[in-house]
Design a protein around this ligand. Structure first.
Ligand SMILES: O=C(O)CCC(=O)C(=O)O
Ligand SMILES: [Fe+2]
Length: 358
């Protein structure tokens, strides 16, 4: 039975590629002081658009099967075998990357935007600030007398969810008698937030009846500027929704197709921030062997037209110091007020993908 499941899991070319690049650890070290070592992966087949850009700028040459789209104020690469897919390396300046990292952590998870935490805790306000301030989220419902010392309590705007942030010291007592979780571990477990028209993960569709704010104008403008190569006739792209994915070490995004938007000629504009990742771009069937490529902080990918029908996913992010390639972000987040952002992004990746839904 187990054998059958294992074989099933490796059945398709897409699954095999996911498995090839996924993070595995060597057997645990004998001495507990030694850091656990990740298994070395053969990365020779991973397309590296950064080095393609460098050598193109140096000698004007491109590898076989990759071409350039001209006429934009940024460099756009395409795969000849995947029409509708566009790769814009280094599309965002470091300053822009830091701006969107800040927004992704401190404002995008704010209600009415929903996150993966909604299902358990209801809407949570100010998670990032609470994590920086080392607060604890505590389930309400025990004797308030025990909490005379509670200070700086954030207002609980939950829909009857009964969870509130408390200072660590006051929560220590409270946690003995009821459920609690630290804000920093909630931040680590943040996997997605949804902006604009709300995507309902349980139904895998947009729920237009859910309360929502328009996606921020500046994000819409950025998406529109980046979407130009996928809008050759200059048609309007209406950024109506965005899904923000948060990845920590070992997190992956399994192969999928985004098929809940009405007009597939419109691009999905996908922005990478933080640690380097491997992106797999398959074909229309999971049987088609996917192309693997690195995604770095500041890269933008567009999927439009035929590429909208292609399976894709993220089997790996690199969080070790040598491979994450986040030094420019570290230098930018050097002010003492930025320590929380710095600490988060050193070992995490954020992806913002912006969509026209209707
Ligand atoms: O994280 C990425 O680069 C891809 C995200 C994605 O495909 C999605 O959210 O649908
Ligand atoms: Fe996707």
């Amino acid at each position: 039975m187990y054998q059958a499941v294992a074989e099933d899991a490796e059945r398709t070319a897409f699954r095999r590629a996911e498995k090839k690049y996924k993070l595995y650890y060597d057997a645990p070290p004998k001495s507990s002081k030694k850091k656990k070592q990740s298994v070395t992966v053969d990365l020779t087949e991973v397309v590296d658009f950064k080095s393609i850009l460098d050598s193109y700028n140096h000698n004007g040459q491109l590898p076989h099967g990759i071409s350039l789209r001209c006429g934009f104020d940024y460099t756009v690469f395409c795969f000849d075998s995947r029409p509708g897919f566009y790769f814009i390396p280094e599309a965002l300046t470091v300053g822009e990357q830091c701006r969107w990292i800040r927004e992704s952590l401190s404002s995008f998870p704010q209600p009415p935007n929903r996150t993966n935490h909604n299902a358990i805790y209801g809407p949570i306000h100010d998670l990032f600030t609470a994590a920086c301030d080392k607060k604890i989220l505590v389930k309400e419902g025990i004797s308030p007398a025990a909490f005379d010392s509670v200070s700086n309590c954030l207002p609980n705007k939950g829909e009857g969810c009964g969870w509130k942030f408390y200072d660590e010291s006051s929560a220590a007592a409270k946690s003995k008698t009821c459920k609690s979780i630290s804000a920093s571990s909630l931040l680590r477990k943040l996997r997605w937030s949804t902006l604009g028209l709300q995507f309902d993960w349980s139904k895998r569709n947009y729920d237009l009846s859910l309360p929502h704010n328009k996606i921020p104008d500046a994000l819409g403008q950025l998406a529109n500027r980046m979407a130009a190569p996928a809008n050759p006739m200059g048609e309007e792209f209406q950024p109506e929704a965005a899904i923000v994915n948060y990845f920590g070490s070992g997190d992956t995004l399994g192969g999928h197709i985004d098929d809940m938007e009405a007009d597939w000629s419109k691009p999905i504009v996908s922005i990478s921030l933080g640690s380097k990742a491997i992106f797999l771009l398959g074909g229309k069937s999971r049987e088609d062997p996917p192309l693997a490529m690195f995604l770095r902080s500041g890269d933008v990918v567009l999927m439009a037209g035929e590429a909208r029908e292609c399976f894709h996913g993220v089997p790996r992010i690199f969080t070790d110091k040598e491979s994450a390639e986040v030094t420019p972000l570290e230098l930018h987040f050097s002010h003492e007020n930025d320590l929380c952002f710095l600490e988060y992004i050193r070992t995490s990746r954020i992806n913002i993908n912006i969509r026209q839904v209707l």
